[in-house]
Unconditional design. Structure first.
Length: 434
């Protein structure tokens, strides 16, 4: 939560992948789908050898009889792991209490995903998981965007840069360009593996040293010769894989409104009524407990399953949209305080043992903010120890209405982050399909 959205890279020191470089190739759909390969880093020095390898790969994919066996034999993938996530069996994952320690921190999942892993819990989104979710959840064809307009909040929190969208007429031609300058964490976002590390020990996910990364603008010229150290645990791995599967909304606002018996048809009055029915103010520090999340899930008839993408509606965006401009300005000008999930062993156990692939909410930190004195951030565990994407400021207002109207709180979810090599975060480009 405290870092900006600039690109980072390792120094020229040792890398956990000294000879590998991520490489993505998109060819005509008549021949093969988008794939991501790992080629030997030395190959960029020998264009003929690289071309030969690429042609060999194409011919292999074009052969129907060998496509499946080739997929199974693929030794590396976008994650940098020894085998692609879709070929792994994740049916026997350890419980939270069985995860090893990292120094003084409980619940480290690095060994679960593998020492070379760069996907984290996204590994759970296998082909079978995605296929089942699409088959079961896409029924009506209704689609819902979960992206807040990129201009909001107009005054970002955590002292981040305000979004700038410059609209540029190219007169005298009837042509226009846009230039957009944003912090990738100023609005709707995924926190990536380079965003929040283990503060006490100076490392990011999978023991990646913080001091091996540099800041600033780093030009990239050859897409086939990117230093693997620069790209290591960057958000391009999620961008190449996609974050797609079954989404589950826990609508805490509607849950509490129903419990209190509040109802009205006027949209403005309805929003005020819903916010008034909450036992907390979304803009003040409050911890949501595991028992509250479970009660909401039970009320909605939701049963979790491995690989779910959990989304929480806490009320932050609803309050923002119904606030005055003076109230919005005041929010950005004071120390950040938000309602969110509590920082507790029970919460960690709940999130891990349900084996969610990702978690998101409509508020700017996901977790209760600030944390109680002496209590570690949940970001350290979720991102640093598990490799779990944290989504923030997802606009779930229309999603809430759609779920209530259709009477179901599960849907097919897709998200394709920006492919920022070495990036620490990205707008999600997220949608729900019913």
């Amino acid at each position: 939560m405290t870092h900006n959205g600039t690109l980072h890279k390792h120094d020229d020191g040792p890398s956990s992948h000294p000879s590998l470089v991520p490489f993505s190739t998109e060819l005509a759909t008549d021949f093969l789908p988008v794939s991501t390969f790992f080629l030997r880093y030395e190959a960029h020095k020998h264009p003929f050898n690289m071309t030969t390898k690429r042609l060999s790969k194409i011919l292999t994919w074009m052969s129907p009889s060998s496509k499946e066996s080739n997929h199974k034999q693929e030794s590396t993938g976008t994650s940098g792991s020894k085998s692609s996530p879709s070929s792994k069996d994740w049916s026997k994952l350890p419980k939270f209490d069985d995860l090893p320690m990292f120094k003084n921190m409980k619940g480290c999942a690095w060994e679960v995903w593998g020492k070379d892993d760069q996907l984290g819990t996204i590994n759970l989104l296998t082909e079978e998981v995605v296929k089942r979710a699409a088959a079961e959840e896409i029924i009506t064809g209704t689609t819902v965007s979960l992206n807040w307009p990129i201009q909001f909040p107009s005054k970002p929190l955590f002292r981040r840069k305000s979004p700038e969208v410059r609209m540029m007429p190219q007169t005298p031609r009837i042509v226009r360009d846009d230039e957009i300058h944003i912090n990738t964490q100023s609005g709707t976002q995924w926190d990536g593996l380079r965003h929040f590390g283990i503060q006490e020990h100076g490392v990011f996910y999978n023991n990646t040293p913080h001091d091996a990364m540099v800041g600033g603008i780093v030009p990239l010229h050859d897409p086939l010769a990117v230093d693997p150290a620069f790209a290591h645990i960057g958000i391009q791995n999620w961008a190449n894989h996609g974050i797609c599967g079954r989404g589950v909304l826990l609508d805490m606002v509607r849950y509490y409104n129903t419990e209190s018996g509040g109802h009205t048809t006027n949209k403005t009055d309805k929003a005020k009524s819903e916010l008034d029915s909450l036992p907390y103010d979304p803009w003040t520090t409050h911890g949501l407990s595991v028992s509250e999340l479970k009660a909401c899930a039970e009320k909605q008839g939701v049963k979790f399953r491995q690989g779910d993408i959990l989304i929480l509606r806490v009320g932050f965006i609803q309050k923002y949209q119904n606030a005055t401009q003076e109230e919005r300005d005041a929010l950005a000008g004071k120390p950040e305080t938000f309602a969110g999930i509590e920082q507790s062993e029970d919460m960690k156990r709940f999130l891990w043992d349900n084996h969610f692939a990702a978690i998101a909410s409509d508020q700017p930190a996901l977790e209760r903010w600030p944390t109680p004195e002496g209590t570690p951030h949940m970001h350290q565990t979720l991102i640093g120890l598990w490799g779990m994407p944290i989504g923030e400021m997802f606009d779930v207002e229309k999603l809430s209405e759609t779920c209530a109207r259709l009477g179901r709180y599960t849907f097919f979810f897709s998200s394709w982050p920006l492919c920022i090599i070495g990036g620490c975060a990205s707008p999600p480009n997220a949608a729900a399909y019913f």
